[in-house]
Design a protein around this ligand. Structure first.
Ligand code: SAM
Length: 318
C-alpha cells in the first residue's frame, strides 16, 4: 500500500510522551536473566515459541547482505537470528536506555556473558530513541535505505495517539527502499476485544497473563469513536507490566491476516521450521503436535499476530 500521506510532521503532547516514558522505564528496569533464571521462567516455552516465530519471519524475508532496521530492538534478542541470515548491516533503535545498553553488550561480546560466541559478522549501529515520536529519517539519512524493517512485539506502543501511529509508519516508509519488507508481530486487536466482550468485568487472563481496561477506554472502544489511544494494562509473568494500546488492524489487515496459531500451523508443516522449533525447545521430541507449551502459554500466543508489509515501487535487484 502507499504510505505517502503518512509523512506529515506531527506534534506530540506531553501526555503521550509521559506514557512513552513509562513504557521505556518499565523495559529499562528489566535486568538480563541468567540462563538458569530463563529456563525457570513460567513462560519459557512461550518465549521459545516467540523466538521461533521471529526466526521464521527473518529466515523467510532476510537475504544475504541486507541492511536491516530493527525498531524497538530491545536487548538485541534477535541479533543471532540476523547473523544467521548473513545480513550486511544492522541498525537497532529502542527507547529504553537499559535495553540499548544490554544490546550493545550483547553485540560487542562480554567476558561475563553466559553464552560466549564469535563476534557478529555484520557492522551495527545502536541508537536510543523514541521510534514513534522522532523523525528517524533525519538521524538515519546516511544509513538508509533499508531492505528490511522489523518491529517485533512493539508496534502497539505507537498506537497511543494518531500522531505517534502516523510517525511510526512514516518513519518506516521513509527508511525502507521500494520493494523492501516491513515484518513484525503485535497483539491481535480482534482477539483482545473479543476476550473483553466475553469477560465478566474489564479484566481477563489466566495464570500467566492478565489484561485490564479502564472503563473510559473500554467505552471508547465500544463507541468506536477513534481507533487510537485505546489503552489497557498488560501483565505477562516474567516479561511485561505496562500500558499498551489496541491496534485496530484495518490498515494492516489485508496484508497480514495470519494470527500466531495460523502461522504456527502453516510453518510447522515445513520440515526445516519443525526442526528449528525442536532445537529452540518449544516442541517436544515426538511428532509435530507434541508441543511443550502449556494451555495458558498457548492462550497468550493467540493474543498476537504476525504481519508482512511490502513497500510499493520497483525493488532494486538484490
Ligand atoms: N523487539 C524486541 C524483541 O522482540 O525481543 C523487544 C520487544 S519488547 C516486548 C518491546 C520493546 O519496545 C521494548 O524494548 C521497549 O523499550 C520498546 N519500545 C516501546 N516503545 C518504544 C518507542 N516509542 N520507541 C522505541 N522503542 C520502544
Amino acid at each position: 500500500r502507499k504510505w505517502s500521506s503518512l509523512g506529515e510532521s506531527s506534534s506530540f503532547d506531553d501526555e503521550s510522551t509521559r506514557k512513552a516514558r513509562k513504557v521505556a522505564d518499565h523495559y529499562s528496569a528489566r535486568s538480563n536473566q541468567t540462563l538458569e533464571e530463563r529456563e525457570a521462567s513460567p513462560i519459557i516455552h512461550l518465549k521459545k515459541l516467540n523466538n521461533w516465530i521471529k526466526s521464521v519471519l527473518i529466515q523467510r524475508y532476510a537475504h544475504k547482505g541486507d541492511a536491516v532496521l530493527d525498531l524497538a530492538c530491545g536487548k538485541g534478542g534477535d541479533l543471532i537470528k540476523w547473523d544467521k541470515a548473513q545480513i550486511g548491516y544492522y541498525v537497532g533503535v529502542d527507547i529504553a536506555e537499559g535495553s540499548i545498553r544490554d544490546c550493545r553488550t550483547r553485540y560487542n561480546g562480554d567476558a561475563d556473558q553466559q553464552q560466549r560466541r564469535k563476534k557478529f559478522s555484520f557492522p551495527a549501529r545502536l541508537i536510543c530513541a523514541d521510534c514513534y515520536g522522532t523523525r528517524l529519517d533525519e538521524y538515519l539519512s546516511n544509513d538508509a535505505p533499508f531492505d528490511i524493517c522489523s518491529c517485533q512485539f512493539a508496534l502497539h506502543y505507537s498506537w497511543s495517539t494518531e500522531a505517534r501511529a502516523r510517525r511510526a509508519l512514516a518513519n518506516i516508509s521513509a527508511l525502507l527502499q521500494p520493494g523492501g519488507y516491513f515484518i513484525g508481530t503485535m497483539p491481535d486487536a480482534n482477539v483482545i476485544i473479543k476476550k473483553l466482550r466475553d469477560a465478566e468485568g474489564l479484566t481477563f487472563g489466566n495464570s500467566v497473563y492478565w489484561i485490564s481496561f479502564d472503563e473510559e477506554y473500554a467505552q471508547k472502544k465500544f463507541r468506536r469513536s477513534s481507533p487510537f489511544g485505546i489503552q489497557y494494562k498488560f501483565h505477562l509473568e516474567d516479561a511485561v507490566d505496562c500500558p499498551e494500546w489496541v491496534v485496530p488492524f484495518n490498515d494492516f489487515k489485508s496484508l497480514a491476516e495470519e494470527n500466531s496459531h495460523a502461522f504456527v500451523d502453516e510453518y510447522l508443516k515445513m520440515p526445516e521450521f519443525t526442526e528449528l522449533m525442536r532445537r529452540l525447545g518449544a516442541l517436544g521430541d515426538g511428532n509435530q503436535d507434541r508441543s511443550t507449551l502449556s494451555q495458558d502459554e498457548w492462550d497468550v500466543a493467540y493474543l498476537y499476530l504476525t504481519f508482512v508489509l511490502q513497500k510499493g515501487g520497483e525493488s532494486s535487484a538484490r
